[in-house]
Design a protein around this ligand. Structure first.
Ligand SMILES: NC(=O)c1ccc[n+]([C@@H]2O[C@H](COP(=O)([O-])OP(=O)(O)OC[C@H]3O[C@@H](n4cnc5c(N)ncnc54)[C@H](OP(=O)(O)O)[C@@H]3O)[C@@H](O)[C@H]2O)c1
Length: 337
């Protein structure tokens, strides 16, 4: 099968698609998925270079998020709710390939009416933003939320979830196109250019001097955002897309009477497994009600174009979730449902 197999670390721009990679061999509890779409993630760029927290042994196939169908020849382990042909999305190491083997317990059925391109980027992004806002920030209707990098993958999900929960949303972004995406596509009430010196003053003006109740930050820009946090505000540490692990003087936390709260969604499966399906149930309800929807970047790459897609992600050009389409034959699926 075709796959991006790594035998040594390299920048993604140097990767080549193998035409005759070995087929995946499923272990216990695993099924084989025919991959239709795979999401591009910043951590793939790190993993390709050996710089990520999770590095599989060589040789390994790159890519971690997928949507597709249970393969015709897949084993169906005892307890697995899926059958051959079912549309699923989820996680697997090795998604930049035609097929992958993965534990059926990290797969979910594709919500009704959703295309496989849209479903490919749900698994990491949406529960992260939901748990960040609901579980960690305890966001309430009517509160002000600041989402930094509001046009990014987790950012656009956070903007929509906060709106669906009745909050008022100010998104920040780094280009006019992304500011427009935050408002027009994501539904943010306001969008502020955080590359401009003193952008926090605009946020204070919008909130009539009060500041925001919640900061949702996947970039590493909490310190500067604290200039516009409210009394008893909560700042959620989601990530460091800016490349630096931010450091914070704790006197600010004391003086402003605020909480700094971490979020590590991937660790819930280990430390709080019963909570994971609850978050998914609430997300499925939101998807099915139409109050939120996955948003993909308007360019979709082909499997052989993974290096170009990851390059675009690295250059900060994309917004929403960026995906590669591995197979073309499911495009009319949405219309058929
Ligand atoms: N805590 C968790 O459990 C968890 C779960 C999932 C993801 N994350 C983390 O959340 C972060 C964002 O993930 P994502 O999927 O939303 O990524 P993404 O789609 O690539 O978006 C990241 C955004 O960050 C902004 N940015 C600022 N400086 C940047 C830089 N130097 N390079 C690249 N982007 C930069 C960009 O927006 P502008 O151009 O508008 O500035 C970009 O659109 C990542 O660090 C990821 O690891 C954490």
């Amino acid at each position: 099968m075709k796959a991006f197999v790594l035998n040594s670390y390299a920048h993604p721009s140097k990767l080549a698609l193998a035409q005759d990679a070995p087929e995946p061999t499923p272990g216990p509890n695993e099924v084989i998925v025919e991959i239709y779409s795979a999401a591009l993630n910043f951590f793939d760029i790190l993993q390709a270079q050996g710089k990520y927290q999770s590095q599989p042994p060589f040789p390994f196939v790159l890519g971690a998020e997928l949507a597709g169908r249970i393969a015709k020849h897949s084993p169906i382990p005892k307890g697995c709710p899926f059958k051959a042909g079912d549309r699923v999305f989820g996680q697997a190491q090795g998604c930049y390939a035609e097929r992958v083997a993965t534990d059926y317990r990290v797969l979910h059925p594709v919500p009704k009416g959703m295309s496989l391109d849209e479903a490919a980027g749900l698994y990491v992004t949406w529960p992260t933003s939901y748990e960040g806002l609901v579980g960690r920030a305890e966001l309430k209707a009517g509160e002000w939320v600041l989402v930094t990098a509001g046009a990014g993958g987790v950012g656009l999900a956070a903007v929509q979830i906060a709106k669906a929960l009745g909050a008022k949303v100010i998104a920040t972004a780094g280009s006019p196109e992304k500011l427009e995406v935050c408002k027009r596509v994501g539904g943010a009430d306001y969008a502020v250019d955080y590359t401009k010196e003193g952008w926090q003053k605009e946020v204070l003006k919008i909130t009539k001097g009060k500041g925001v109740d919640v900061i949702y930050d996947p970039v590493g820009r909490i310190r500067e955002s604290l200039k516009c946090i409210s009394w008893k505000g909560r700042a959620i540490v989601v990530g460091f897309a800016g490349g630096e692990i931010e450091k914070l003087p704790l006197n600010l936390v004391l003086l402003k009477n605020i909480s700094i709260v971490g979020l590590h969604w991937g660790a819930y499966e280990k430390f709080e497994p019963p909570h994971v399906p609850k978050v998914w149930k609430e997300l499925f309800d939101l998807f099915e009600s139409g109050r939120v929807k996955p948003i993909n970047y308007d360019k979709v790459w082909k499997l052989e174009e993974v290096p170009a897609g990851l390059g675009s992600l690295e250059k900060r050009e994309t917004w929403g979730k960026a995906v590669v389409r591995v197979r073309e034959d499911d495009l009319d699926q949405k219309a058929k449902l």
